[in-house]
Ligand binder design. Structure first.
Ligand SMILES: *Cc1c(COP(=O)(O)O)cnc(C)c1O
Length: 411
């Protein structure tokens, strides 16, 4: 978002405030050009003969977003059978979808196999059962490299006590199971968590995967997962994708050359591709001065954007109804009957009732974590592309709130 002629605009000059007049508030808006920019930055950063970027769609799963990301050339990373189904509906080829579930039933994995997608197994007993049933269906194995990484404990998933992956100490067991069942292991995968800053973490993990790869002659790809950090604050730090790209590409090509192998290098970014493309727009219901604080109460809450309460995530907040004038300090809160504070002591242009506030970084893990808590409707979603705005999800109605409820008439 930038200011042009006194207005906040998206790529192509689309006036953000006018979108709230057209579609109402609260509203999620995504700027497609930012998704494309992020995808291309990542693609250019890695100089290897065969790179595959699979978008982790749990970050933002609207079917039109998936179709857009597919048009950029990406594959899809999914964590549930429902995400697989949406991906197929969006037009991804089964072999361009990788299914990386955790603690799901064998039945669900069999369903994914029937749909023909790539399967990433993260549990020895499932590997054995799957191999017993379908020895000819090649699979990927998710390795836990025991690296402590990630922005906080909820999103750090590759450490030794984590529920994810098969410990790299258990590789001999993977080999034994694969051999006994005549299985083909076509991929080795790791995903250490979100918000990883340090290229060294990836490189450490990479070395572990290279060591493991040596044991699997039928390997086609190495999947280094994700965890690329994007800035949330104006001076926020981010993964230096070019530095990371250079280091990983060099090491990857060396490995392939020294072993005489042609492997695909895969990644599965979610946040990196979509976080910065999204803006969440809310209307101010009340400005409330208490003895200690000036609260801004908005027409949303943890039901629509839970990251600040769930992860202590920082989302920059701007009053887009004003681009100049006096600034004051506010604490921005929601309307839910629970403490749902979006931001404390935020400097904004003086807020009046009815002003529209924009939350930045609302592309990843925002709409997808929204709920109907307090029987509120989930917001509409709009995609801005080539200077035009498209409604890609309607605002919910009472029908959605009542859907699937069974009203007993026995009282
Ligand atoms: C969530 C997830 C990702 C995406 O993580 P980001 O931090 O959003 O990039 C990638 N791979 C797997 C297996 C995941 O569960």
């Amino acid at each position: 978002m930038k200011i042009t002629n006194g207005k906040y605009t998206l790529t192509g000059g689309v006036d953000v405030l006018s979108l709230t007049e057209k579609y109402g508030c609260p509203l999620y808006v995504y700027d497609a050009a930012i998704i494309a920019k992020q995808y291309n930055k990542m693609k250019e950063a890695f100089d290897v003969p065969d790179l595959k970027i699979n978008y982790a769609c749990k970050a933002l799963n609207n079917i039109s977003i998936l179709k857009y990301i597919k048009s950029l050339g990406a594959g899809l990373d999914t964590v549930s059978i429902q995400e697989v189904l949406v991906g197929l509906k969006a037009g991804f080829e089964p072999q361009d979808i990788i299914y990386t579930p955790n603690c799901v039933s064998l039945e669900e994995i069999i369903e994914a196999k029937k749909l023909g997608v790539k399967i990433n197994i993260d549990n020895l007993s499932i590997l054995e059962e799957f191999g017993h049933l379908f020895p000819d269906y090649p699979v990927c194995v998710r390795i836990n490299p025991h690296i402590l990484a990630g922005g906080n404990t909820k999103i750090s998933v590759g450490h030794i006590d984590s529920k994810f992956g098969i410990s790299f100490h258990q590789v001999p067991l993977i080999l034994r199971i694969a051999k006994a069942n005549h299985m083909k292991i076509e991929g080795v995968h790791m995903h250490t968590g979100s918000d990883i800053l340090d290229a060294e973490v990836f490189l450490q993990g990479a070395e572990i995967l290279f060591d493991i790869a040596d044991h699997f002659p039928e390997l086609k790809y190495l999947d280094f997962g994700s965890g690329f950090k994007v800035p949330y604050k104006d001076d926020g730090i981010q993964t230096d994708i070019n530095d990371l790209g250079k280091k990983i590409s060099k090491r990857f090509k060396n490995y392939c050359k020294s072993k005489g192998r042609d492997l695909t290098l895969m990644f599965e970014p979610g946040k990196y591709l979509v976080s910065e493309s999204g803006f969440f727009l809310v209307k101010t219901n009340v400005v409330k001065q208490t003895t200690s604080t000036v609260f801004v109460g908005v027409d949303s809450g943890l039901n629509h954007l839970i990251r600040p309460m769930f992860y202590d995530a920082y989302h920059k907040i701007v009053n887009i109804s004003k681009t100049s004038g006096k600034e004051r300090i506010y604490t921005v809160v929601g309307y839910i009957c629970e403490t749902d504070t979006f931001g404390v002591n935020r400097k904004m242009h003086e807020v009046q009732d009815g002003n529209v506030l924009a939350f930045y970084n609302a592309g990843a893990y925002c709409y997808t974590m929204a709920s109907n808590y307090n029987s509120r409707y989930r917001p509409a979603e709009v995609l801005v592309i080539d200077g035009k705005d498209y409604l890609i999800r309607e605002r919910e109605t009472m029908e959605d709130i009542m859907r699937n409820q069974v009203e007993l008439d026995i009282f």
